[in-house]
Design a protein around this ligand. Structure first.
Ligand SMILES: NC(=O)c1ccc[n+]([C@@H]2O[C@H](COP(=O)([O-])OP(=O)(O)OC[C@H]3O[C@@H](n4cnc5c(N)ncnc54)[C@H](OP(=O)(O)O)[C@@H]3O)[C@@H](O)[C@H]2O)c1
Length: 310
């Protein structure tokens, strides 16, 4: 039977000239350590081949820190080791404002990009993403400010995150360059994008899906016993069992199977890993040693959704 396996070749981001390794490193949980520890994570990611770093201005707030903390720590790493900048694509996001909570107005995004550049101590953001849709800003206004920022050399390409396919289309209709990336949540546990049109849109329009929380924020790495005791109980435990069966067969860790499960989708998914442990950054490469049969891939999906495919 044909086996599905993730490909390790570099990917082009949408219809742009940017390319990256097919796994990315996310900085949501990055703030709150020393510059030395932070630099070690960036260097480990680069060492194993990962060269797209996904930041956001709001990252840091969740870990008891403040708005801008993850970008600022990343900036300290850039100041400590400036040569690293040449080896990476820096992605960031703006448009979430605590207490508002969304603002993609031109005035706000203009100031947000300046602030992100300052904090990260870099000259240009390679991929600037609108973090969440703002219902109160017309897409023509967002398109105009993204175009202005791109023309000014402050951002190179743009992406969207947590956008629906129609929100994507509305923004694209006002841009005269292509949106490079969609950033939705995707894992075998959170698999709405298989059916909500986002991955179809990526394939139809040559847009790269950069997906967040590919291990469901760590849920897919839980022990079977903890999974059974969790609110999602039997369904999470069955998902873990289905992942473990493939992990045993391929002699790889379960986390690698979960990453690979997203990557074999034909849309060319790039999962953004979120671990803060050096050994787990390296371990994520085992995703490329993982193969599935179609029934195995579908068994993981049906265990996670809790009902069979028709
Ligand atoms: N656009 C958005 O709205 C949005 C939302 C959320 C996230 N994101 C992006 O997606 C990135 C990844 O999200 P995420 O951190 O939730 O990803 P994830 O990879 O699904 O989860 C990472 C979490 O799982 C834990 N974990 C436990 N066992 C693990 C194992 N064996 N291997 C790896 N991790 C294990 C990690 O803990 P340890 O650190 O202890 O390993 C970490 O807390 C973020 O950094 C951010 O860039 C974007």
């Amino acid at each position: 039977m044909t086996r599905l396996a993730p490909q390790s070749q570099r990917r082009t981001l949408g219809a742009t000239a940017l390319t990256c390794f097919p796994l990315a490193y996310g900085l949501w949980r990055f703030a709150g350590t020393s510059v030395k520890d932070a630099r070690a994570k960036i260097e480990m990611a680069l060492e194993v081949g990962i060269d797209l770093f996904d930041n956001a201005d709001v990252y840091g707030c969740d870990g008891g820190g403040a708005f801008g903390d993850a970008e600022a720590l990343f900036g300290e790493v850039m100041a400590d080791a400036p040569a690293l900048r040449e080896r990476m694509l820096v992605a960031s996001k703006g448009g979430i404002v605590l207490g508002v909570p969304y603002d993609s107005s031109a005035a706000y995004l203009r100031s947000a990009v300046e602030a992100s550049l300052r904090r990260m101590q870099i000259e240009v953001i390679d991929l600037y993403q609108i973090h969440r849709p703002d219902f109160l800003t017309h897409p023509a206004e967002i398109a105009a400010v993204l175009t202005e920022l791109r023309d000014a050399g402050k951002i190179r390409e743009v992406g969207v995150s947590n956008y629906t396919p129609s929100q994507f289309e509305a923004l694209q209709a006002h841009l005269d360059f292509p949106i490079a990336t969609h950033q939705p949540e995707f894992s075998c546990w959170s698999h709405e994008v298989l059916r909500d049109g986002i991955l179809d849109q990526c394939m139809a329009k040559n847009v790269t899906p950069l997906v967040w929380s590919p291990l469901a924020g760590g849920r897919l790495a839980m022990s079977s016993a903890d999974a059974k005791a969790s609110p999602d109980g039997p369904r999470l435990a069955a998902t873990i069992d289905a992942l473990d069966a493939v992990a045993r067969e391929n002699d790889v860790p379960r986390s690698a199977v979960a990453l690979a499960w997203t990557m074999v989708h034909p849309a060319g998914v790039i999962p953004i890993i979120g671990t803060q442990r050096l050994e787990r950054i390296r371990e994520s490469m085992k995703a490329f040693d993982t193969q599935f049969t179609r029934p195995q891939w579908n068994q993981i999906l049906t265990a996670a959704q809790g009902y069979p495919l028709p």
